[in-house]
Design a protein around this ligand. Structure first.
Ligand code: IMP
Length: 432
């Protein structure tokens, strides 16, 4: 039995969808453990593109089991839509193959309304640039014990009493602070009925599914969402998401013991350059034309929101910090092909702050905003690399860049993605 966790080492959008899909081939069970439909994992299979937000990416492999763990927040309408859209394209998603934890929290319409109202509130409020999916408010209710869980959808009386209590405070906020219409219990109860009818068969004990898989010696893949620098505790707070995006998040969010995870592999996703969506400091950001060229070459627009992503040089300080926090055992480098023809390439190997050189990211964003990257320069490459399947197939410019990346990030390469398709990959390690 092997456990493999896949986590983002930057600010999300590292290309986890493709890598999880690829690794799923050897996995028996694929588990999401945190986040919600703020994630957007794009996969290209047989020339067809799939964008998944909640359903674990492994589902595209027939016969694999998938689970949405306790630590995920679920927007039931999005999940229903995704299951139906996959079915329409011939991908089987059934209660036999997908278990949604009864302990996963539900993103309610009032969570989305609150997320949007806060982001639009204007002067006097910190704007995070969230995805607007209600993620933060849902996790807040979970922490303050006002949340509704997927299992509550199956218990009408409990749902009604908890929902009644949850909207008391929200409605006061909506009326007095944001001028929004109140949430109405009857409408929520009607939603519950519809959600229970569609999702009821999928709701179950994801923890037991995982436990049984581990006891039976199966291969389990943990699919992280977002990235290290968006982690609620270790990211660039407050410009972060509301969950634990590190490998350790799988322990809390899915219920895998740390020892099991430690005996397995932790794969850190590294896009060959850096992107960030939303607000917050970004030391290697490229302003103007250079950033625009990278955005167009990499089609860096949000899968979830369509927002243009901020683009910049690879920041090995950020990745090295992620390696340390998640115990990353190898790196999956994605979108190397995007750097083709962009001239000389740079990687930040350290930061300079107040005359000192830093090897790791400082904790405070005011310090981070004052950091100056110390770059190492590489020659770049102009050749098409999409047909490379071994490192030796790569031109020397691409090899030189990868060697520098590996050395500066402080972990060995496990795979390199040279194009969006499953097969467009240089595999350097077997995972299961
Ligand atoms: P939230 O998760 O919607 O609350 O957004 C909080 C921050 O995390 C914002 O800066 C978002 O742009 C960012 N974020 C959330 N999910 C993702 C993701 O999957 N990829 C990249 N950024 C994300």
């Amino acid at each position: 039995m092997t456990c493999v966790a896949v986590v983002g080492s930057q600010w999300g959008d590292e290309g986890k969808g493709k890598v999880v899909d690829l690794l799923s081939e050897g996995a028996d069970l694929v588990v999401r453990f945190q986040g919600g439909n703020n994630a957007g994992h794009t996969l290209v299979v047989g020339g067809e593109s799939y964008a998944l937000h909640l359903v674990p990416s492994g589902i595209l492999h027939p016969g694999k089991a998938a689970a949405i763990g306790n630590g995920v927040v679920v927007d039931p309408d999005v999940l229903i839509g995704e299951i139906e859209a996959l079915a329409a394209r011939g991908v089987e998603v059934s209660p036999r193959t997908l278990t949604v934890s009864s302990a996963a929290h539900v993103i309610m319409p009032y969570h989305r309304a609150l997320d949007a109202a806060r982001e639009a509130a204007g002067p006097g409020r910190v704007v995070i640039g969230t995805t607007g999916r209600g993620i933060g408010p849902a996790y807040e209710d979970k922490a303050s014990r006002q949340g509704l869980r997927m299992g509550d959808l199956l218990l009408p009386e409990r749902f009604a009493s908890r929902a009644r209590s949850a909207i008391l405070e929200k409605n006061a906020l909506f009326a007095n602070l944001y001028g929004l219409p109140e949430a109405r219990l009857e409408e929520l109860e009607a939603l519950r009925g519809r959600w229970a009818e569609k999702l009821g068969p999928y709701i179950g004990d994801a923890r037991a599914v995982l436990r049984e898989a581990l006891l039976a010696g199966k291969n389990v893949l943990f699919e992280g969402a977002q990235g290290t620098q968006l982690d609620i505790d270790h990211g660039t707070y407050p410009f972060v998401t509301s969950s634990t995006t590190l490998s350790g998040g799988a322990c809390g969010g899915a219920g895998v013991p740390p020892g099991e995870l430690g005996r397995g592999k932790i794969l850190g996703l590294v896009k060959a350059y850096t992107t960030r969506v939303g607000e917050g400091p970004f030391p290697t950001e490229l302003a103007g034309g250079q950033g625009d060229r990278l955005r167009e070459a990499g089609r860096e627009y949000g899968t979830t929101t369509g927002r243009p992503r901020r683009c910049g040089h690879l920041d090995a300080v950020a990745v090295r910090t992620a390696v340390a926090l998640s115990g990353i055992s190898s790196l999956a480098v994605t979108k190397l092909d995007v750097l083709r023809g962009l001239g000389a390439l740079r990687i930040a190997g350290a930061y300079r702050l107040d005359g000192a050189e830093l090897a790791y990211m400082p904790q405070d964003i005011s310090d981070l905003a004052r950091c100056e990257p110390v770059y190492r320069e590489f020659g770049g490459f102009t050749e098409d690399i999409s047909r490379a399947r071994r490192l030796s197939d790569l031109p020397s410019g691409a090899r030189g860049y990868l060697d520098g990346l590996e050395e500066l990030c402080g972990a060995p390469l496990g795979l390199v993605s040279v194009g969006p398709e499953r097969g467009e990959t240089v595999m350097l390690e077997s995972f299961f």
